[in-house]
Design a protein around this ligand. Structure first.
Ligand code: GRF
Length: 203
């Protein structure tokens, strides 16, 4: 089995990245985490990845001003240099342009802390509490140019409990994220979830 070479893109603590790294250590797992890229130099996840012996890179978006494609070309160059097959966004807090999204179409996935199509965007836990939903959760999806809108690969839910705060709900959802992201990456790496196939299913 040739393992797919995966890059994980982060902006912060990297707990989903850590879950992917842990899953990829299993001998039969179809993907290897070959690179972790952060767009902020002090992203805490970088140290964690280095501790696990994984190559890391920083592409600091602030060096590119308003030129988003220049930032993405630098990112793309890192991915090419490390012969990356698949890209996982994991708490990566930059919106990607259609240029980058199309370039990686079908090979670019994201985790979102809500049951899409509910609660796209930020502050999902606060908004779920405000809306009074009975269940909340997480979604792994293919990335398309429109934010948080690509075809869903996997999602799972947890109950919202009386007395939940943003923090308690976030923690419950995070444990779902850590479970479904490795499962979803496995499906994509094995070719069992593909963008056209998933898109056809959701039509
Ligand atoms: C996660 O909740 C993820 O779904 C969201 O940002 C958070 C990142 O957390 N996009 P971590 O950096 O993976 O710990």
């Amino acid at each position: 089995m040739t393992k797919k070479r995966v890059a994980v893109l982060i902006s912060g603590r990297g707990s989903n990245m850590t879950a992917l790294i842990a899953a990829a250590k299993a001998p039969g797992y179809p993907a290897a985490i070959a690179l972790v890229v952060a767009n902020v130099p002090d992203a805490a996840g970088l140290a964690r990845a280095q501790h696990d012996g994984i190559a890391t890179a920083v592409v600091d978006h602030r060096n590119f001003g308003a030129d988003r494609e220049a930032f993405e070309r630098a990112l793309d160059a890192q991915l090419a240099a490390h012969r990356i097959d698949l890209v996982c966004l994991a708490g990566f807090m930059r919106l990607l342009t259609p240029w980058f999204v199309r370039r990686w179409s079908g090979r670019l996935i994201n985790i979102h802390p809500a049951l899409l199509p509910q609660f796209k965007g930020l502050h999902t836990h606060r908004r779920a509490l405000e809306a009074g939903v009975a269940r909340h959760g997480a979604t792994v999806h293919f990335v398309v140019p429109e934010m948080d809108s690509g075809p869903i690969i996997l999602q799972d839910s947890v109950p919202v409990l009386a007395g939940d705060t943003e923090a308690t709900l976030a923690a419950r959802v995070l444990s779902v994220e850590h479970r479904i992201y490795p499962q979803a990456l496995r499906l994509v790496a094995e070719g069992r979830a593909t963008l056209p196939a998933v898109a056809a299913r959701s039509e």
